[in-house]
Design a binder for this molecule. Structure first.
Ligand SMILES: [Zn+2]
Ligand SMILES: [Zn+2]
Length: 335
């Protein structure tokens, strides 16, 4: 079993447990591959989250502490990797990567430099979008609404901007793993009324957003999704099936069935699995549910995972696991 995306309380302000405790749980659950992917530090004060304000007195202090924290993460992760590489009774392979947000081009350029300068440690990245119009969409409901308001409450324009930011991130970084593809749905209110034609929200002529399939509703949105998937296909990237949506109470993981069907069609059906854990209780969380999603709903024939090349070769490759082997993995007896 695999997870390609995780954080911990040591290095992420909303993480809840020390990294070492999470690793104990990973080993107990008998993961085959577990990737450690803290965020590239944000270097502009406008992107500091409220929860990070306690890290320093001034925004410069906070930016410095985010940078220091990431360096500490890299050395800690290397120790973990080395510790378990030599233990024959542990099958878990740890891969160190990072999650890159597409805050803006300043951040993307900085992230590329960090990746380049630490290429011996950071083997891959998870490419994500957490901001639309510079406003975080996964922090809380209020910020999500602020982001929608910045498009005059037009959901279609909001979605187009989300997928445009994703496209800029993809073309600049070419991440091997694309994180939580439809993160915008986390705070999308089911009962919000949307005009089916224009995408304008809270109009009397609108229908509840839950009755729409927002990807298929507007051709421009659909085409931007297909464009993004075709680009990911062009460099051989994979789409993450991320269970954090399930633990947060959504009915589907990221991405939805509609999007997964498009991944099958336009991106070689290359999916990897992630728990996006931020604490011990989230390691492998909702994997029983996601197994049903993968096997029964999506009916995938294989699932992909990352594997590091053996020295002296220095690289990483995407492998395919037939779904029969996925279903029979010894991991399932532990959850
Ligand atoms: Zn993320
Ligand atoms: Zn993450």
């Amino acid at each position: 079993m695999h997870s390609h995306h995780s954080h911990s309380g040591d290095y992420c302000a909303h993480g809840v447990d020390p990294l070492n405790s999470m690793i104990d749980r990973v080993i107990n659950l008998n993961f085959q591959t577990y990737c450690l992917t803290e965020h590239i530090p944000r270097v502009e004060s406008k992107f500091i989250y409220p929860e990070e304000l306690a890290l320093g007195k001034t925004s410069d202090d906070i930016i410095t502490s985010l940078e220091t924290s990431f360096k500490n993460f890299m050395s800690h992760a290397q120790k973990i990797k080395a510790r378990y590489a030599g233990k024959p009774d542990v099958r878990t392979k740890f891969i160190i990567g990072t999650e890159i947000e597409s805050c803006d081009m300043v951040h993307i350029e900085y992230a590329k430099r960090v990746m380049r300068e630490n290429s011996d440690i950071l083997k891959f990245c998870v490419g994500s979008v957490h901001h639309v119009n510079g406003i975080p969409i996964d922090f809380d409901q209020e910020q999500w609404y602020n982001s929608l308001h910045s498009f005059n409450d037009n959901l279609k324009d909001f979605l187009l901007s989300y997928f445009q930011s994703q496209y800029e991130m993809l073309t600049n970084i070419e991440p091997l793993v694309v994180g939580h593809f439809d993160l915008f749905k986390l705070f999308l209110p089911n009962d919000m009324l949307v005009n089916q034609k224009s995408g304008q929200c809270n109009e009397e002529t609108g229908v509840p957003v839950a009755s729409l399939d927002v990807i298929n509703e507007w051709p421009e949105v659909y085409h931007s999704v297909v464009r993004n998937l075709q680009f990911i296909d062009s460099y051989g990237g994979a789409i993450e099936i991320n269970t954090s949506a399930l633990r947060k109470g959504l009915k589907e993981p990221y991405p939805s069935k509609t999007l997964c069907d498009l991944v099958k069609k336009h991106c070689g059906s290359r999916f990897v699995l992630s728990d996006d854990a931020h604490g011990v209780a989230q390691v492998g969380v909702c994997y029983d549910k996601v197994k049903k999603y993968i096997v029964d709903v999506l009916q995938l024939e294989h699932i992909c995972y990352l594997e590091e090349c053996q020295p002296p070769q220095n690289g990483i490759s995407l492998k395919k696991l037939p779904i029969t082997r996925f279903v029979n993995d010894p991991f399932w007896t532990n959850i």
